[in-house]
Structure formats: structure tokens, C-alpha cells
Ligand binder design. Structure first.
Ligand code: SAM
Length: 212
């Protein structure tokens, strides 16, 4: 899996200067190095662009690396709302998105994402693209939260669903979230409101379309 990802990175993705700066700034702030990989980021940009999504919701901002990738996929009318538990992380994400030129198109809501999702539901807000990349124990709850906010035909992407390959390969050491991801994948695959596939990019993306 590592070799495959290195091959994909080398063949298809060159992390540009801006994204390198974003990654360095996150490291400089001593935040964990758990942003999406350059190829996974490029995949997010392409998915947003290909779906024509205009309102994007991200769960788990960290320092804004994936936020920049998502925002790069939409045009001048696009908007990203990013949910993040840690205020200091959201501040770094905001700075990085400002550097990338998306200051006016991005906002952050801080606090537990489940509470933010409930609040957005009360506001009757809706989105056409979702990226789930926060605490894994809540993935199923996030999925349901996203479905409540989804416009017909919306796309929901979730990261880390391969748990470094351990969901599929017993020889790979299980991680804390291996079983959680197996359950999540099964739910996504069988959900009556979703049409889904798993892309083995980075640590694995499920990509689902909300049926109309
Ligand atoms: N999407 C980011 C990227 O690729 O640039 C990486 C996100 S990182 C893997 C997960 C983030 O989720 C962390 O910043 C963490 O603080 C946040 N998080 C964890 N639990 C959360 C919760 N209950 N509500 C909102 N955010 C949470």
C-alpha cells in the first residue's frame, strides 16, 4: 500500500509551492502531521471540480491542508465551511486558507462537530459536498449528520477508511480504528440512500453519492 501510494504520488502529483508552505506552516506550529497526502488532496480538488459542488462542508480542519485542496476545486461562487474542535487549529487553517486566496470563501466553526452539525440542521443549511476527516469513533454519526444536510446528488467523502490496509489484510497490524472502519465501510456500502465506492488513495476514501 505504501509503495502504491508512493508510485501514485510520483506519477500523478507534484505538491506545489503553496501546499508545501501550508504543510511546513502546520509543522512549524507543532501540529500533528496528519493532513491528507498530496495525492489525496489532489483527488479532493478534482472531485469538487468534477461534481461542480458550490457549498462544501469539511469535518476536521486541522491546519487547512485539505481545506485548500477542497477550495481549489470550486470557482468564485464556491464556499467552504470547516468544522474543527480546536480553536488554535482552526486559526492556523484560516491563515493557510487566507494565504491561498480563499479568505472570503471559507469559514470555520469551532467545537465538537456533532454539535455544529445539529446547529446547521436547525438552520436548515444544506451542502453539496462533504469531507469527513475527524475522530473516527464518530464517523457513522457524521455520516448521518451529513445526510441530513445533503442536497440531492450530494457527494460524501470519508478519509482513512482503509486503516493503512488493515481493514482488508490480516497480516497488516490492526490499528485502533480498524474495526470502526470496517463497520463504517459496511454501513456506507449498504446504505439505502447512498451509491458508494472505495478509492485506495492515501489511507483510503469512501466516495458516496446521495441518491436523488
Ligand atoms: N482534514 C485535515 C487535512 O487533511 O488537512 C486533517 C484533519 S485531522 C486528521 C483530524 C482533525 O479533526 C483534527 O484537527 C482534530 O482536532 C479534529 N477533530 C477531532 N475530534 C473532533 C470533533 N469531535 N469535532 C471536530 N473536530 C474534531
Amino acid at each position: 500500500m505504501k509503495k502504491i501510494n508512493e508510485y501514485i504520488d510520483e506519477t500523478f502529483t507534484k505538491e506545489d509551492e503553496l501546499l508545501q508552505e501550508v504543510r511546513y506552516y502546520i509543522a512549524e506550529k507543532e501540529m500533528p502531521a496528519i493532513s491528507v497526502s498530496p495525492s489525496a488532496g489532489k483527488c479532493l480538488t478534482m472531485l469538487v471540480r468534477m461534481t461542480g459542488a458550490k457549498r462544501v462542508l469539511e469535518i476536521g480542519a486541522l491546519g487547512g491542508y485539505s481545506g485548500v485542496c477542497l477550495a481549489r476545486g470550486f470557482g468564485a461562487e464556491g464556499e467552504l465551511l470547516s468544522l474543527e474542535l480546536e480553536k488554535s487549529y482552526a486559526q492556523v487553517a484560516k491563515e493557510n486558507l487566507t494565504k491561498a486566496g480563499f479568505e472570503d470563501q471559507v469559514s470555520h466553526l469551532t467545537g465538537p462537530a456533532l454539535e455544529s452539525l445539529d446547529w446547521l440542521n436547525e438552520q436548515q443549511d444544506s451542502f453539496d459536498f462533504f469531507f469527513i476527516d475527524a475522530d473516527k469513533d464518530n464517523y457513522e454519526n457524521y455520516l448521518e449528520g451529513c445526510l441530513r444536510l445533503a442536497r440531492p446528488g450530494a457527494v460524501i467523502v470519508a478519509d482513512n477508511v482503509l486503516a493503512r490496509g488493515s481493514v482488508a489484510d490480516e497480516e497488516i497490524e490492526a490499528r485502533k480504528y480498524t474495526e470502526t472502519m470496517r463497520d463504517f465501510n459496511k454501513k456506507v456500502a449498504e446504505h439505502p440512500r447512498l451509491e458508494s465506492m472505495l478509492l485506495p488513495i492515501g489511507d483510503g476514501f469512501t466516495v458516496s453519492r446521495v441518491k436523488k
